[in-house]
Design a protein. Structure first.
Length: 271
């Protein structure tokens, strides 16, 4: 049997999923043990017990200065900013994508503009955002919006252009006007794609959030990572990185589940 036609069974698939993570963990802890054996005060590769102590201190012990639990406070602050940024980006991206893809009079100026905006490195304009919007929450949210909205809009615009022309012609033949076409034909086709596009830009959204929090913030996951880096506190940094990765994965999983439940026909109709 050709390799391209071989598919793992359920237990085999589970083993293949676990294998790379197990190898990474083994490589890390072997390297950590070797470094700590040479220098017990080494901070580059902390042991599992050191990271567990740091997690207990950050997540389950009250901070003496604020009286709160730092990990959960940072998580709440970051997730709030991320949710607002993703929500605004989704609405703006959907509106711009429909306008540039379905309405030629709007598409002529919008499509080139979206291409140019999507090429601007958002982190390069971060100082401008802080100057314009200040150092508060608005600048952090706007970095996410500016960073991912053009990408969402371009993706949705392309999906509109790929819709069969016969579908739109038939709807117009039945008396549909422009608004009816957008609301009853185009929008239902774009909503499941919007969820997929949001999944694809989650990593970029987290990157922009962490960068903004690292530069100008008093709380948040990015703020905490860059605060403790001056002490080489890898026992705190590494669990925070793992926690951010877990949160991003859970968000991706939630969006995927939402898409399957809200639009079961979309995945089923794809080849």
């Amino acid at each position: 049997m050709r390799l391209i036609n071989r598919h793992p069974d359920r237990p085999g698939r589970l083993m293949l999923v676990i294998l790379p993570f197990a190898l990474l963990l083994c490589a890390y802890f072997l390297g950590s043990a070797a470094r700590l054996n040479e220098n017990p005060n080494d901070k580059l590769l902390p042991s599992a017990s050191q990271m567990a102590s740091a997690v207990e201190r950050m997540a389950f012990s009250e901070d003496k200065r604020s009286g709160g639990y730092l990990l959960w406070q940072d998580t709440a602050a970051s997730l709030q900013r991320l949710a607002i940024g993703l929500g605004l980006s989704a609405v703006l991206g959907l509106c711009l994508g429909i306008a540039s893809g379905a309405l030629p009079l709007f598409g002529a100026p919008l499509s080139p503009l979206l291409v140019v905006l999507s090429m601007v490195p958002p982190l390069a304009i971060l100082p401008i955002l802080f100057i314009v919007f200040g150092l508060g929450e608005l600048a952090k949210v706007m970095l996410i919006v500016i960073g991912i909205t053009p990408i969402l809009a371009r993706d949705l615009e392309q999906r509109v252009r790929e819709m069969p022309a016969e579908l739109l012609i038939k709807a117009q033949t039945l008396g549909a006007n422009s608004w009816t076409l957008i609301l009853r034909v185009i929008l239902p086709q774009l909503l499941p794609r919007l969820l997929i596009a949001l999944r694809l830009v989650l990593g970029s959204a987290w990157l922009f959030l962490i960068a903004a929090e690292a530069i100008a913030s008093e709380d948040g996951l990015g703020y905490r990572i860059f605060l403790v880096r001056r002490y080489l506190a890898m026992d705190v940094i590494l669990p925070y990185v793992v926690w951010i990765t877990l949160l991003a994965w859970l968000m991706d999983w939630a969006l995927k589940g939402l898409g399957r439940r809200a639009f079961p026909w979309y995945e089923g109709g794809r080849p």
